[in-house]
Design a protein around this ligand. Sequence first.
Ligand SMILES: Nc1ncnc2c1ncn2[C@@H]1O[C@H](COP(=O)(O)OP(=O)(O)OP(=O)(O)O)[C@@H](O)[C@H]1O
Ligand SMILES: [Mg+2]
Length: 433
Amino acid sequence: MGVSAAWLARLLEVFHGCAARVVVDNSDTSAGCRPGDSALSDIVAVDVRYRLLPVGMTDESDHGDKRSLSLILKLLPREPVARRFVTEAEFDVREISFYTRVVPDLQRFQRRALAAGAEPLPLPLPQCYAARFPDQAGSLLVLENLRRRGYEAVNLSHGLERSQAEAALRAIAAVHALSLSFKLKENRPLSARYPFLFRTARARDSHHQLVERGLPALDTFLRLRPGTERIVAALNALQSSAKDIIGDLLAPIEPIALLTHTDFWSNNLLFRGDQCVILDWQMATYSRPTTDVALLFVTSLPTPLRRSHTEALLDVYWNALESGTRRLGVDVRVDANFTRADLHHHFRWSQLLALLLCVGSIDVALSEKATAERLVDVLTDLEADGLLAEPPADVRARPSPESSSDESAAAGPADGSPATSPAPSTPPTPGSP
Ligand SMILES: Nc1ncnc2c1ncn2[C@@H]1O[C@H](COP(=O)(O)OP(=O)(O)OP(=O)(O)O)[C@@H](O)[C@H]1O
Ligand SMILES: [Mg+2]
């Protein structure tokens, strides 16, 4: 994709609040990720050097305030099937709404709610520079390119190291703590405030279609492996109720329900030392905390780490959730009626949900020997723990029935402008994102 200097200049002028004119001196465009790392978008990296000229200054030769930015442009996929899928399910609208509405709200809330002297919770996200809701030219999200700041992806087949798993759990706990505290303090469910979040009934139907397609492939794979007969039998017994199980385990349980990422696996994470940043908010949902925690364990942890350190890792998540909410004036145990024991109990069953969501993307899990082995290990452990079964009533909640008008509200404010400033609550600092 070519990015014209004029287009970049307009985008940067919007970003800088139009108080100055932008002259683009130089820009480089390249692929923003490895082939295959972005199924639901086209990712383009743009490195731009530019100058900010005071309005009215005409001499452009070497005047102005010199800046540079490294951007990631997230665009609708050009491939027609993926493009229709994203457009129909409004994955792009959801992610743009997350960056332009939810994140600024959480930042504003945090400034109001932080106890005096308390450290702010860092939001582990890339800076959003601009966004455009879908129009004839398609949608667009402009983020900072974290790779230029030394962040790196992990290899799915290796899985996360312990320190990375801890960093990922602390990162998601910060988002959970903020969204939970925001909901409790403002006394309003996030699904009502943010109608663009993936509604659980709709998400259930969408995941279930994929699970129906994935189960036969998993069955064929397992039947070729001796010793998996009990797993095959348990999965077959679950097939007819898979749709209800997905819906009931994904649905929010009050008062602990909060904003979940719901696609929380290693390919959507970048790491630098013990810092983790979370990408790809296209599936943001109003669900329960263990949805994300279990997704990480089931998809991205090497078996030895998962088997030996589950409780220690849950402690890391719990401590981060508890300390984060406390800083915002909320006591999870009292205000959200949720204890460490509840975390353990809900996590156990959320693993079944995470497993079913994995079956929905079975090609990814079976594409490499190491990830296929990991999946068999997860299945073996869940079966041995009695978790390939109907979940008990206390972890089930019914997704609320949703009318089609709810879903059209999910489109959010369609905005035809070329690049809409996300109005972040802290003005971004160009050149040093
Ligand atoms: N802000 C960013 N900084 C650096 N790299 C990024 C950034 N955003 C995305 N990427 C790269 O692009 C890849 C795909 O991004 P993302 O997951 O947002 O796209 P997607 O098309 O929604 O992916 P998926 O296939 O998971 O649906 C990431 O795994 C990462 O390698
Ligand atoms: Mg992704």
